[in-house]
Design a protein around this ligand. Structure first.
Ligand SMILES: [Zn+2]
Length: 208
């Protein structure tokens, strides 16, 4: 059984007043989120984003990452788990939570994407792809120009191993330009990966 089912009382994690109906959120707060279930390509890779990156989602992600409201990891976990199951995204060999650099983890106090995946990793078939690391700190992608963005990530990720015949699902919080996914996929390709897909909680893409 998934850990997050029984941890807390059934109260919405955003407004902390109404009864939660799904993903630890109440009806009203869920309505403020913009469910899009977008599927799009980043280069040749299939990517999925569950929600549009609207003001409510922006605040939620910031509250989690920068205010260290770690209880929100359960909200995001529930969202990704449901989406991944329904869309059969967990039929892969490995799950790769987009890694943070050592410095970011130390500053923040937790590995924010990994924490989200920790809730469901034991309940799905794939295991974590170990030893895929972010070697250096990079600037937040959204603060940079288009050219700076791709340069910013060059050589940021590292993996040693052979992924011949293996498939990997990258999990991230936000997909903006897709450069992070591209850069990670590039490193996986060097290890002969068969297939890479990506799943994010939210994206600025709006396709429907
Ligand atoms: Zn609420």
């Amino acid at each position: 059984m998934i850990n997050w089912l029984f941890l807390d009382k059934n109260i919405c994690y955003i407004c902390k007043s109404n009864e939660a109906v799904a993903h630890f959120l109440c009806k009203d707060c869920l309505k403020k989120l913009d469910y899009v279930a977008n599927q799009f390509k980043i280069d040749n890779y299939q990517a999925h984003a569950v929600y549009f990156y609207n003001e409510t989602m922006k605040k939620l992600i910031a509250d989690y990452k920068f205010n260290r409201n770690t209880s929100l990891s359960k909200v995001f976990s529930s969202i990704l788990y449901d989406y991944g199951r329904v869309h059969k995204l967990f039929d892969v060999d490995y799950i790769l939570p987009s890694p943070s650099s050592r410095q970011t983890i130390n500053d923040r106090g937790f590995d924010h994407i990994r924490m989200i995946c920790d809730y469901f990793i034991d309940d799905i078939n794939p295991s974590y792809l170990d030893n895929f690391t972010k070697e250096r700190n990079t600037k937040a992608q959204h603060t940079l120009s288009k050219d700076e963005r791709s340069y910013n990530l060059k050589g940021a990720f590292k993996f040693d191993g052979d992924l011949s015949g293996k498939s990997v699902l990258i999990i991230d919080d936000l997909i903006t330009t897709g450069n992070t996914v591209k850069e990670m996929a590039k490193v996986l390709e060097k290890s002969n990966v068969k297939e890479v897909t990506a799943l994010a909680i939210t994206s600025e893409h709006r396709l429907n």
